[in-house]
Design a protein around this ligand. Sequence first.
Ligand SMILES: C[S@@+](CC[C@H](N)C(=O)[O-])C[C@H]1O[C@@H](n2cnc3c(N)ncnc32)[C@H](O)[C@@H]1O
Length: 223
Amino acid sequence: MDRVPEPELMESAEQARVYAEADFSESNSLFVQLFRHHFPLLAPRHVLDLGCGPADICIRFAENYPDAEVTGVDGAEAMLVFARDAISQSPAGKRIRLLRNHIQHVNADKYDVIISNSLLHHLADPHDLWRAVRRLAEPGAAIVIMDLMRPSSEAEVESIVATYASDEPEALRRDFYNSLCAAFTVSEVSKQLSANDLTELSVEAVSDRHLLVYGQLEISSEF
Ligand SMILES: C[S@@+](CC[C@H](N)C(=O)[O-])C[C@H]1O[C@@H](n2cnc3c(N)ncnc32)[C@H](O)[C@@H]1O
């Protein structure tokens, strides 16, 4: 099945509300578990979450890693409204800052950890994510990026939506369907990593609908 791209930013207030109110606790806690699994001894200091949306993963990171300062970046003000509210309710919220910006334009600081969940499939040009990783990562940085994985047929997309979202509102089911169609395959992501000279990162399927990119950049890399 060919990829069908979707818009980058989630700028509609209604789309952001439906997304922010949905329960992603299973996949978001899987994200933190996978990070710990791949970097069991790491104590993150400066964490960057690209396409942070309502900041649930920023909050989980700040709560799990008491020494971490977490920066979440998202281009959609509609999402950041929900992110600010969620952060204000977390005891770890003081260690989280939010930037409203396109990931393509973030260029200030460097980070020892870069994370991202469910952003890649939104990008018109997937290389924008890998260029941001190269630009913003310190040498030796830990990278963990999770995204949906494109199924091989529309029938499989429908089956995944029915399995995991049958009780969700129609708007969320439609978003999920479109996101699966916009996602990349493991083989496509592997080619993206090679094209961006990020072959120290690995990519693999971690569920029937998610893929994970993980690894540590070379200490000697010059960015
Ligand atoms: C599906 S949401 C994922 C949010 C969050 N990472 C999570 O796991 O819940 C994707 C987010 O990426 C943001 N986004 C998409 N393209 C972006 C870009 N080029 N720069 C910054 N943010 C972007 C969208 O606005 C949206 O909030």
